[in-house]
Ligand binder design. Structure first.
Ligand SMILES: *Cc1c(COP(=O)(O)O)cnc(C)c1O
Length: 397
């Protein structure tokens, strides 16, 4: 048996690859504060479980490939309430935002094509591109300017004849950046000028803390170029439900997505029943969750400021912050934390930053911290990090 070169090229997820070290630490009796993975600890709204408990069919049958109509309508209504009017034929239910991204890349890219991203970026984008022989062309952003975008001319240098799409996460994972209207306009103008798709990964749309949020879906000039990636995973703390969707007003694109959907038959029926019920959750739920994350954001931001030598951006959305540690190598530091350090039997796990860059050598002393723990645990985790930085043998400066 011979494995494809494409798949051999894939990398382990930076978020999960240190898991064996965490398992060993736990076996050795340590408590590990998980700042590595964006798994919210917030309860999934009861509507989800209730709807599934009330499911009363004798057969779990195949459903519609493009998604169950009741869920599509629920999503349509959610968007309409945000001033974005989609038709039923614009929305395709997928197995999480992940499958929506896979379909988007599949529908846009032939081998050798390029997808532009802004690094640091969500590492799975590389996985999805590589699976189809496409390449990531990363424009670098930095902590110094809050991970905001460079000027249009700089971005244009990365647009080649093979570029098919600009893929961005807004609000950002791993950076927490929320793009300004001017930045969004610049992206829209570039996409139209160069005939590119904009793949807007907006799964963190409800997690914005300082001021209003604008979706790419509210920009009519992008109607023919825009692909929105959405998911219930983060919004309703339902990551394991594996329900997301792909949305576009481009009819030709939708026809192709419809074929992708038919190829994998349908998304899980019970989870679609549950997901549709999630969309009946009162807006107050999302507001409460937002408030809780805002508190956590404030807590981690204050904690990081108190650590000497640590540089962090000021995260405005999602639930991550990218930091620069005064260490030789953040991955070594992460492993050392799990293997060789504890404060009263407790230690911290985070995601090394290099996995969020595609430019070799970048992000070596950076890390992504997910503030998905309650404020007391976050304070404790930052305290432990601070103590660790005092004694870590690879400390620099
Ligand atoms: C979590 C996440 C997704 C998708 O997750 P699903 O659980 O597959 O919906 C997509 N993009 C980003 C940036 C994410 O963080």
């Amino acid at each position: 048996m011979r494995i494809s070169n494409r798949v051999q090229e894939l990398k382990l997820s930076p978020i999960r690859k240190l898991a064996p070290y965490a398992d060993a630490a736990k076996k050795a009796g340590k408590k590990v504060y998980h700042l590595n993975i964006g798994q919210p600890d917030i309860e999934t709204p009861a509507q989800f479980m209730d709807a599934i408990k009330n499911f009363d069919e004798k057969v779990i049958a195949y459903g519609a490939s493009k998604g169950e109509p009741f869920l599509v309508e629920a999503i349509k209504k959610y968007y309409a309430e945000k001033g974005m009017n989609y038709e039923t034929g614009d929305i395709y239910i997928t197995n999480g935002g992940s499958e929506a991204l896979i379909f988007a890349v599949m529908a846009l890219c032939d081998p050798g094509d390029e997808i532009m991203v802004f690094e640091p970026y969500y590492a799975n984008y590389t996985t999805f591109a590589t699976e189809f022989g496409a390449k990531i062309n990363a424009v670098t952003t930095s902590v110094e300017n809050g991970y905001h975008l460079p000027e249009a001319a700089e971005i244009e240098k990365h647009i080649t004849p093979n570029t098919k799409a600009i893929l961005l996460t807004n609000p950002g994972n791993p950076t927490g950046v929320v793009y300004t209207e001017a930045e969004m306009q610049m992206i829209a103008d570039l996409a139209v000028k160069h005939d590119l798709a904009v793949i807007a990964d907006e799964v963190y749309r409800e997690f914005v803390y300082d001021g209003a949020y604008k979706s790419f879906g509210t920009m009519p000039e992008l109607d023919n170029n825009l692909i929105i990636i959405d998911s219930v995973s983060k919004r309703y703390s339902a990551c394991g439900a594996r329900i997301g969707c792909i949305i576009s007003k481009n009819k030709e694109f939708c026809q192709q997505i419809n074929k992708c959907c038919q190829g994998r038959l349908c998304s899980p029926i019970l989870e679609q029943v549950g997901a549709a019920a999630l969309y009946t959750t009162p807006v107050s739920y999302l507001e409460e969750v937002n408030k809780e994350y805002q508190k956590r954001r404030d807590t981690i931001a204050a904690g990081l400021k108190s650590l000497s030598g640590v540089e962090a951006s000021d995260p405005k959305g999602a639930f991550y912050v990218m930091v620069k540690f005064p260490v030789d190598d953040a991955e070594k530091f992460a492993i050392w934390l799990l293997e060789s350090f504890d404060v009263d039997g407790e230690t911290v796990m985070f995601a090394p930053g290099n996995g969020f860059y595609s430019t070799p050598g970048y992000g070596v002393n950076e890390a992504r911290l997910a503030y998905v723990l309650n404020c007391d645990d976050l304070k404790r985790a930052i305290y432990i990090l601070g103590e660790a930085l005092k004694v870590y043998p690879g400390r620099i400066g």
